[in-house]
Ligand binder design. Structure first.
Ligand SMILES: *Cc1c(COP(=O)(O)O)cnc(C)c1O
Length: 594
């Protein structure tokens, strides 16, 4: 390791004197990161199938990517999360999605059992296993036990959810102590991880620090990352649940009193106390940070710093495309846009795009070879086929059903080019509304011979399918109701892998202007639908014209490469957390230097 920091932009983010003082303060408070004083990242969900943990969606993908980015850039980093002994997979039968439970054994994924720690629940001692897996300068530490259940089991606000969250916070904090680790910073990836910061506050106070000093200290070292828009949508816990699951784990009466005072009508939302305990707060795109509507206990609107989600380009970009970016000096060796990346994108010719897309299609065919569509068909595509995809969780605001509102028009568009439309997206367990919507789409499709063979639903959406589709399809469709997507990262995988993007102007897509992709806008849904169909026709014609293809793909990359680069995201977090402290070291692995 060389000592020269990779990113050293002194006071880059300083806009006024308050910011300056804040940066100086932060520098004083926060010593350098080290293996014993790592950046700690707390998350109830990580999407990391290679390491045995399947998540639910973007929040988990972000967590897994953040750890890998820290590994690539030499940042001492520890991610603390549950290991769920059960996970849910989905199959499709007669147009209906069915959940299947699968047991997962951490021994099969290279974790080492460290020891057990105890938390208290309802007068019982609950032993939790602490397991860990190391990856160079980073590690994943998990807490688990055989009855921990699956991710997002039961309702939010239920006892079991609170148990899982308390286990992660108090159990995870005890695990760090067991391993001799002191957090330099605690990043809370959403409020389900609040109890980690509470465990720290409790420890400081019970070790003799003045309570108010302990609050200040904890606040200065805690970053709350918000992914949600509306505080009111969050489930509440009641006082009796805290009596049973939370208070038994507190040693300090002052901390207990502090918490009790935060209840309103015997109810509490974790966001309101997370805001109290975290002075640093971020939202996951520019738009989201601006519109997230949160109030602190005093009733003041909370400010969020925008740190737009990026992705680990090493993981999500097809290897040949990534190699091309590096050879052409579009990306540097840690996947940050090179100084001359805009000029160098000229090397990405239509021929090159088609050549890479052909390789991507092989990857997609490989992925689909074990995943039949709703009719039990195994799909395989040639380079001449045209593919649209819609791949994202099946939730209302993402509007999976929108393209099917006018079946005659949709059929006409697909028929003209003999194009295919692939849908992939998990339905949250128990979401009957979305199950019904999918069932209706597929029923209507089935009545038409052409549509039935050109619209495909692939069940059990996961990382592999997300990757395969982004490598192999031509055009991705992303049409959330404007204002409701926090960031989204599926579209970032599409940009990296040379797909055209059709999108509404929302989430991270809206970080730059709407001229940079095939934008869908309208003052009502009907207008948006008309626009969507127009864009689909346009996307088909772009792929048949070398000049247009080159121009649009290059334009997307010019605008979005700095945004989708996860290295940029990590750098933004580090700048926000530590001001100008120099520690972001160049990653100097032998294999990268070779
Ligand atoms: C990338 C990815 C996501 C993120 O989805 P968005 O809808 O774009 O937030 C979710 N699930 C899986 C499996 C992914 O790979």
């Amino acid at each position: 390791m060389e000592d020269e920091p990779y990113f050293y932009h002194p006071l880059e983010n300083i806009e006024d004197i308050d910011d300056f003082e804040e940066a100086v303060e932060r520098k004083r408070l926060t010593r350098m990161l080290s293996p014993e004083r790592p950046y700690t990242y707390w998350t109830i969900e990580i999407y990391d199938q290679e390491n045995g943990i399947r998540g639910g969606g973007g929040l988990g993908v972000l967590a897994a990517d953040t750890r890998r980015l820290a590994e690539q850039t030499g940042v001492p980093f520890v991610l603390i999360t549950p290991f769920y002994p059960k996970e849910i997979h989905q199959i499709i039968q007669d147009g209906k999605v069915i959940d299947e439970n699968i047991n997962v054994d951490y021994h099969k994924f290279g974790y080492r059992l460290v020891d057990t720690v105890n938390i208290k629940c309802c007068d019982n001692l609950c032993p939790l296993e602490v397991i860990e897996k190391k990856f160079k300068n980073t590690r994943i530490i998990c807490i688990t036990e055989p009855n921990f259940g699956e991710l997002y089991s039961n309702m939010s606000g239920s006892d079991h959810r609170l148990y899982q969250e308390v286990a992660l916070g108090f159990g995870g904090y005890a695990a760090l102590k067991l391993l001799g680790l002191k957090p330099a910073i605690m990043q809370l990836n959403e409020v389900a991880t609040f109890f980690a910061a509470l465990a720290r506050l409790d420890e400081l106070t019970s070790n003799g620090m003045d309570f108010y000093e302990a609050v200040v200290y904890t606040r200065k070292h805690t970053l709350y990352t918000n992914h949600t828009l509306v505080q009111a949508a969050e489930a509440e816990f009641d006082a009796s649940q805290f009596e049973r699951f939370v208070y038994p784990n507190l040693k300090s009466p002052a901390v207990k009193k502090w918490l009790e005072d935060k209840f309103v009508n015997s109810k509490i939302r974790l966001s309101s106390i997370t805001i109290e305990i975290a002075e640093l707060r971020s939202g996951v795109s520019k738009l989201h940070a601006r519109v997230a509507n949160y109030k602190d206990v005093a009733g003041n609107k909370v400010k969020f710093k925008a740190v737009t989600n990026g992705i680990d380009l090493e993981k999500w970009t097809m290897p040949d495309t990534l190699a091309f970016y590096k050879k052409s000096e579009i990306l540097d060796n840690i996947n940050y846009p090179s100084v001359n990346y805009v000029e160098n994108l000229a090397l990405l010719t239509a021929n090159k795009i088609r050549e890479l897309k052909s390789l991507g299609r092989e990857i997609l065919n490989e992925t689909l070879s074990t995943r039949p569509d709703q009719n039990g068909e195994i799909l395989s595509f040639t380079d001449e086929d045209y593919i649209f995809d819609f791949k994202r969780r099946f939730v209302d605001y993402k509007r999976p059903e929108l393209p099917f509102k006018d079946l005659v028009k949709l059929k006409q568009i697909l028929l003209n080019r003999d194009a295919h439309y692939i849908i992939a997206g998990r339905i949250h367990t128990g979401d009957n509304v979305m199950s019904r919507k999918l069932y209706d789409i597929l029923s209507r499709i089935r009545e038409d011979e052409f549509l039935n063979t050109h619209v495909h639903y692939i069940a059990d959406y996961d990382e592999k399918l997300a990757y395969g589709l982004s490598c192999g399809s031509n055009t991705a469709i992303n049409i959330p109701i404007v204002g409701l997507e926090a960031c989204g990262t599926s579209w970032e995988k599409d940009i990296a892998n040379l797909n055209l993007l059709i999108s509404t102007h929302d989430g991270g897509v809206a970080d730059v202007s709407a001229e940079n992709y095939l934008n869908v806008h309208g003052t009502n849904e009907l207008e948006e639908l008309t626009e969507l169909y127009k864009r689909m026709e346009e996307a088909i014609s772009v792929w048949s014209n070398d000049f247009d293809l080159e121009f649009l793909i290059q334009k997307q990359l010019k605008a979005y490469l700095p945004i989708i680069s996860g290295t940029r995201m990590l750098k933004d977090y580090l700048n926000y957390l530590f001001g100008d402290v120099e520690f972001f070291k160049e990653h100097l692995d032998e294999h990268k230097n070779a």
